[in-house]
Unconditional design. Structure first.
Lengths: 157, 446, 157, 446
């Protein structure tokens, strides 16, 4: 970087409200800071680290099922999620030929079976914990689900 | 070789197994409770599955949940680590029945060695020295008296299904035998749902010495030196070293060959540990642990064998990567267990780690799942890491461990690092001539 | 970077509102900061980490000399410290028999020798950078001192 | 043995030397600039002395300040690390004249080996193969032409007092010789204040192979295998390994013995490195580095010798702790230099480290002076640490390095970790058959 260039740079800043400029080129770095606006101080605050947990160092292409950690208290407004009480495979019907336990828009009663989670060849019937209207199914039929993963959104009656 | 392994554990051993898999090019599945969602082993795994709430019974001991996780991730093999389900024969059987490989011995071998009376008989059959004791269960007060007289006092009454010091009673005189026998039975019933007890000679001032063995599914078994784990507090190992400063070359060879022979005789495969009490120059068999041990790194440091890698290899049907002749002991290694505990009162100290910097440089190994910003949960055991050093001899290893302990920074919680610093400076420890009672006395001194 | 260039740079800033300039070239770094606008100082607040630096893991009984890192801008009110421009041994007189260069309470002139720092058998005379009254000697005679360590407090005249 | 050593350096090597001292029970004095007040080596040292402002000329290269610090702390010996004053014969002489021990060879040995022409003559006298070249300085254009014709093109014109690629010109044809000769002279004058140049055969596609030696003050010298440092960018080593994947057992022995013999012949003591260019199965001497090298850990990993500890021991007059017969090569080691640089543009990246977590587990060594919350200053070189792995063979070492690079977390700045990840996956690197031009081509590919 030549002095001439630097002079041009400083001149260029004149009349603008740029308070700081940093230029890096071919191993050279130039930083210019200005105090603007009559005595107003421009503090050069270098923001400090947030003592953070290491970010997952390797962001591998995780298999779809395993990628999602259980959702942490999302806000669904007046809707309430039904979460999976176990790991397994989520089924919306008791067999491929049977009708779905619940459809979107259906009203369900407390204790009504709304899906099945299969774990180790055992079909575990999952019941609604409260009455309401099924607004959305969050998982496709035959999806793998983790413990705590959200399955349905229900609007409590 | 497997293409994907599910690691059915948490903490540093889950990370240890993950690392071995990575170095073998095997994909990993971490299963975890909701308390461990942010754990290092979960972050580093190729896939992770939340299997339940913090309570171990509902997560790390929940066989159904673990098997369901194996199923939805298309896992080929399961590594159980240590603790939790690692020595549970039923779990091993379920894994096998599901068409997966359990990384450990066959279920029936785990079952045999988990039964103290049957295990003892198998060892006697292989010529392994056992503590003089009753032939199996002692079923009545009169049988107890007869057995104790034959063995000679002091004796110890132990639960057949027991462990961890529970249901054990030391008896010094005939007068107190019957009472202790009955107390031991009722404790055994209470803790292990099985009131069967047996009687053995009580060894007054022993060392804890254990032989590492490794066996494949083709009838080959080798021994990999002993570890000395005499430094214990309330039956919990605190610091381990290899080789033992008190075991001779001849003893090492003799005991090692006996252990490898026994392993072959019972059809053992995988990593195993034969635990002995050492009294003077006598050794007495205690038990076989059918899993990788917490203290396995000290053996890795002096033999150069990656024990977890080898466990995986032999579980996949490969032959041992070393013959007995290849096993050369190189230098000395010490491990300090770093617990989140007050170093004086031993009260657990869960909480947020606000500073973390492990020691580095030559001859240092840190096996730990924690990091700056990690919150140690109160649900699980307090061991948060292991600091292992290697030196060309015991003296260099001690100097190196002192140096490394001085560098280790863990802020926000209390740890046992200050305790280790004190132990490393103690002249009895430095002499190498310490028994299993050493730490107890040492802690009273101050 | 040559002195000539640097001088040109400083000159170049005159009459502009640039408060700071930093230039890195071929391994050299130059930073010029100015206080502009009649006494209004531009504070260079480099907010550094406090939380995360490992606390000195081994607090050894360090030798007295070495323990103290150079004091960082302590506030002495209207007094100004004289700091050591080098490592060495601090002497308040030119020989054990000689009188001290300055006593507490003495008035000193700019350029007056106030002490000696010995380094590698060489006696380096340290001069007062400004005139004033010696309020306090902060080091004992024959003490070892680090670069940047404070030696005297002077009340500027 | 010394009771107190002053470490006349900064960064990871200052910490490395501190660790060796600690393990020998020796007190340490850290000298530092005002920019390094919070550095790890300064915090860990028994004593520390601020010797000047950030500029190296006024601090780490300031002999007066360093000697004054040694004086006020009653130091017995000075370890120069590498870089800065490590190969400055005048500094070594001043340390000696002050009644202290300089941890390195005698000043006259440093001076001899620092002069390329005299060093070359000494090597020829010891039977070490050198690159065909002019006999000493080439003083005129006509001498240059005569020498180049004798040697045969391509040739390289080099500065007698040079290093780091400056004042070097490769010449492929007679036509361009005279111009290159004159440019090299004027560059040499500019960079080294000495316009003397010499001419050598230019080796087109060499490997950089260097032999580690260690010698005591009693006439004993041993060789400790070679290191392969062919992976370079702009004459800066990026990744090193030991042993070299291309050197045979016979070559290792022959070259090692030649180096150890030469060391004995010139009265060498301490750690030293004989650098060679390897062209096919020919070796050509380049220079001797009279100090510990950045890449010394790979040698430590495969030989078990703590080189810094040994440097200190022999400086204190002790005999070598190993004979040549004791030197056994065990497995394979790789070192990746971690620089605070953009991994693509190589622009320096100073700044605050906001997250830091080094890899752990088996076979991993991290030599680094940084920590979470450390600010990398722009005043010094960009190497912030070294990641070293050991495996039982090269394949295991590569797998382990990949695993460790994936675990290494350094936040807030850019580092060369992503570059190393890419290199470790490259099939040419994995084959082991790469020359000094490899990295250059590799970087252009993307």
């Amino acid at each position: 970087m030549e002095l001439k260039e630097i002079r041009q740079l400083i001149k260029m800043l004149d009349g603008t409200d740029v308070s700081e400029i940093e230029l890096t080129r071919e191993g050279s770095t130039l930083r210019i800071a200005r105090s603007i606006g009559g005595g107003e101080v421009v503090p050069m605050v270098t923001q400090t680290m947030v003592p953070a947990a290491p970010a997952a160092p390797v962001v591998q292409a995780a298999a779809p099922v395993a990628a999602a950690a259980p959702e942490a208290n999302k806000d669904y407004g007046n809707l309430k999620p039904v979460v999976s009480p176990m790991v397994g495979t989520f089924y919306r019907a008791s067999s491929p030929e049977s009708p779905m336990f619940v459809q979107e828009g259906d009203m369900v009663k407390k204790g009504q079976v709304i899906c099945i989670i299969e774990a180790m060849k055992l079909m575990n019937e999952i019941e609604a914990e409260f009455a309401g209207k099924v607004v959305q199914a969050l998982k496709d039929n035959a999806s793998p689900v983790e413990y705590g993963e959200e399955l349905f959104l229900i609007e409590p009656a | 070789m497997f293409s994907k392994i599910l690691i059915a554990n948490r903490g540093e051993i889950a990370l240890r197994v993950h690392r071995a898999c990575r170095e073998l090019g095997i994909q990993t599945v971490a299963v975890h409770s909701t308390a461990d969602t942010d754990a290092m082993n979960v972050r580093l795994a190729d896939e992770s599955v939340c299997i339940g709430p913090p309570s171990p019974l509902e997560s790390y001991l929940n066989i159904t949940a673990i098997m369901a996780a194996a199923e939805i991730t298309d896992t080929e093999a399961v590594h159980p680590g240590y603790g939790f389900l690692a020595e549970n024969a039923e779990f091993a059987e379920i894994v096998k029945a599901s068409g997966l490989t359990f990384i450990g011995p066959e279920p029936e071998v785990i079952r045999l060695l988990g039964d103290k009376v049957r295990a003892r008989d198998a060892m006697i059959a292989s010529g392994i020295p056992v503590v003089p004791g009753s032939k199996g269960e002692v079923k009545s007060e009169s049988q107890a008296m007869k057995a104790a007289r034959e063995i000679g006092f002091p004796v110890i009454v132990k639960a057949v299904g027991g462990g961890g010091g529970k249901g054990m009673k030391v008896v010094h005189t005939e007068a107190s035998l019957i009472n202790s026998y009955n107390v031991a039975r009722s404790e055994a019933q209470q803790y292990f749902k099985n009131d069967a007890v047996y009687i053995e000679r009580y060894i007054d001032n022993p060392r804890h010495v254990e032989i590492q063995i490794m066996a494949d599914k083709h009838g080959n078994a080798i021994h990999l030196c002993e570890r000395d784990c005499s430094l214990q507090r309330r039956h919990q190992k605190v610091l381990e070293e290899a080789p033992s400063p008190m075991v001779t070359v001849e003893q090492r060879k003799e005991l090692g060959e006996l252990a490898a022979n026994a392993a072959r005789a019972i059809g053992y495969s995988g990593a195993g540990t034969f635990e002995f009490l050492m009294d003077g120059d006598q050794f007495y068999f205690m038990e076989v642990n059918t899993r990788i041990q917490v203290e396995h790194p000290v053996t890795e440091m002096i033999t150069g064998m990656d024990l977890v890698r080898e466990q995986i290899r032999v579980a996949a049907g490969k032959k041992l990567s070393m013959t007995q002749d290849d096993v050369k002991i190189n230098g000395h290694s010490i491990e300090c267990r770093i617990n989140a505990e007050d170093p004086e009162t031993f009260m657990p100290s869960p909480g947020l780690i606000t500073e973390y910097h492990p020691p580095g440089g030559s001859g240092i190994r840190v096996d730990s799942n924690v990091f700056n910003g990690y919150r140690i949960s109160p649900y699980y055991d307090s061991m948060i890491g292991k600091l292992i050093v290697h030196g060309k001899d015991r003296d260099e290893a001690i100097q190196r461990m002192k140096r490394a302990l001085d560098e280790y920074v863990i802020g926000g919680i209390s740890t046992t690092i200050p305790l280790h610093r004190r132990i490393l400076k103690d002249s009895t420890f430095v002499s190498g001539n310490y028994s299993m009672h050493f730490l107890e006395h040492f802690l009273k001194q101050v």
